[in-house]
Design a protein around this ligand. Structure first.
Ligand SMILES: [Zn+2]
Ligand SMILES: [Zn+2]
Ligand SMILES: [Zn+2]
Length: 259
């Protein structure tokens, strides 16, 4: 385990449209509880002076300024949906500060989609100061070392698509899933901290619900569980009142020390 421990910062806990949702006046969108204001879903994993980002949301710039981290050492992608990749151009200031490319990690399919979406970044023809400097690494499912910590890609089902969650040390981040294959469940034992998708109460074809993720949490027995990718149908305070004490809703800015 990395020296000095591992800290997770929740950069965003919201679903793809964010909360409040544009044009909506529901109780959650109008709520004054800051925990009901959710940027798009992402976490920062910090250890040994390094910062590893999981997903780069359209809110990335705001998230980086709010959190105040001044280094970015690697980016892992869970999948290629817009709410998980569209902030990628905004990593440029880290290139300028660090004077080096940032390694990015994704499955072959996700990497291809990122190269298509940000074609101008990868043609080799862009002006260096105008485009992000990135170094692409394709994940084949094997675990990999980043600055002394092992990251394990965990296959999860996002509707029909298989995407990745990640385990690192005694923590795992599983966003955007409707189900977790049996073989992946076996790789999620003995966790201190587990993040699970919990969009809302009503069923959804590609996302987990509060009830389904409570069942997953019970099955895996993680010490602490945080729900994320939350839509405007869930009020933070009201939802937490009905959850067991070791299961909480994540919120933007939440910091967790992993044991
Ligand atoms: Zn998403
Ligand atoms: Zn709303
Ligand atoms: Zn998605």
């Amino acid at each position: 385990m990395a020296e000095g421990g591992v800290k997770i910062t929740v950069l965003g806990s919201g679903t793809s449209s964010g909360v409040p949702t544009i044009g909506c006046h529901c109780a959650v969108c109008a709520s004054t509880d800051p925990r009901d204001q959710r940027l798009r879903p992402s976490i920062l994993v910090s250890y040994g002076g390094h910062h590893v980002l999981i997903d780069v949301t359209p809110d990335f710039r705001t998230q980086a300024l709010r959190t105040g981290f001044e280094r970015l050492d690697a980016i892992l992608f869970t999948h290629e949906h817009a709410d998980h990749i569209m902030g990628l151009d905004d990593v440029r200031p880290f290139n300028f500060r660090q004077r080096a490319p940032i390694p990015i990690y994704a499955s072959a399919g996700t990497m291809a989609a990122i190269h298509r979406t940000f074609q101008y970044v990868f043609t080799g023809a862009g002006i260096v100061t105008a485009i992000p400097q990135l170094e692409s690494h394709i994940l084949n499912g094997a675990s990999f070392d980043l600055y002394g910590m092992e990251f394990v890609p965990i296959p999860i089902l996002h509707g029909q698509a298989q995407i990745y969650g990640f385990r690192f040390g005694n923590a795992a981040y599983l966003t955007d899933h409707s189900d977790i294959p049996e073989a992946s469940l076996d790789r999620l034992r003995g966790l201190d901290v587990l993040f699970l998708d919990a969009l809302r109460h009503r069923p959804h074809p590609t996302h987990s619900t509060v009830e389904h993720s409570i069942a997953t949490a019970r099955q895996l027995g993680a010490r602490r569980v945080f729900f994320t990718h939350i839509c405007h149908e869930l009020s933070h305070a009201e939802t937490e009142n009905n959850l067991p004490p070791h299961i909480r809703l994540a919120y933007d800015g939440l910091e967790i020390e992993v044991a």
